[in-house]
Design a protein around this ligand. Structure first.
Ligand code: FE2
Length: 240
């Protein structure tokens, strides 16, 4: 490769200005994310420095962390009151596909994501395929929601890329974890996320930030220009 070609392909940083983060664990004390209000405010301060405009708070709801909608709304109000900055905050949830989710879907006790409230952010275990995945996806759709699968690139149980294609064919939308691209979650997630981004399979992008220390990883992220352009197209698409 020539010197000029190498220079052209040299990894570059991301411009976060104007980004809406569609996946974060910034709400304090409700899951494995920010522990204290100080943690949350430190992340939001870092976000302001990066120029991020809006953040969806997506705390886990799962059998191990059975956060009720009421509890999360209360915690959200407290954070909104304490935060004096300019970033616009929104509340949703990251729903683990488990028995609790089935109950919440049946009762309608849900925190959808996005304008219009017609999308549900869902995740599965990283290691084991969920029981009745297809049935759950059908159930989400028949209740009038679009299933938005969080970080598909990180599910180690998915054996072939075709499986992802079949999830898309079922009507799932995909959400990228930004740090997957830089190898933060291992080589497999890095490879798959890069491929999915190139194939334009992602509909949304989020950081999945849990702790202030991850701000450094975001700042240090360097990617080939082609991928940076792909992400910036998603940033643009994800604004509203
Ligand atoms: Fe998450």
């Amino acid at each position: 490769m020539s010197f000029i070609a190498k220079l052209f392909n040299a990894p570059i940083p991301l411009d976060f200005r104007g980004m809406t983060d569609w996946h974060s664990h910034v709400l304090p004390g409700v899951d494995d994310g920010a522990t204290t209000l100080d943690d949350s405010l430190a992340i939001l301060k870092g976000y302001e420095e990066l120029g991020i405009d809006e953040v969806w708070l997506t705390p886990h709801i799962m059998e191990d962390m059975p956060n009720s909608v009421e509890k999360l709304r209360r915690a959200f109000l407290e954070l909104e009151t304490a935060f004096q900055g300019k970033i616009k905050l929104h509340l949703a949830a990251e729903n683990m596909i488990d028995t609790l989710f089935a109950k919440r879907l049946a009762s309608g006790e849900l925190l959808p994501i996005g304008p219009g409230g017609k999308t549900l952010l869902v995740e599965t275990s990283y290691f084991n395929p969920p029981m009745g995945f297809v049935k759950t996806i059908e159930g989400i759709k028949s209740n009038g929601y679009t299933p938005l699968v969080a970080h598909p690139e990180r599910y180690a149980y998915v054996e072939s890329f075709d499986e992802y294609e079949s999830w898309k064919d079922m009507g799932c939308a995909f959400q990228l974890n930004l740090l997957s691209l830089g190898g933060y979650y291992g080589v497999r997630a890095e490879k798959i996320s890069r491929l999915m981004l190139k194939k334009e399979m992602y509909d949304y992008v989020g950081t999945d930030i849990h702790k202030p220390v991850q701000l450094e990883a975001m700042k240090k992220l360097r990617l080939p220009k082609e991928l940076v352009e792909g992400i910036e197209r998603l940033f643009e698409k994800n604004k509203y």
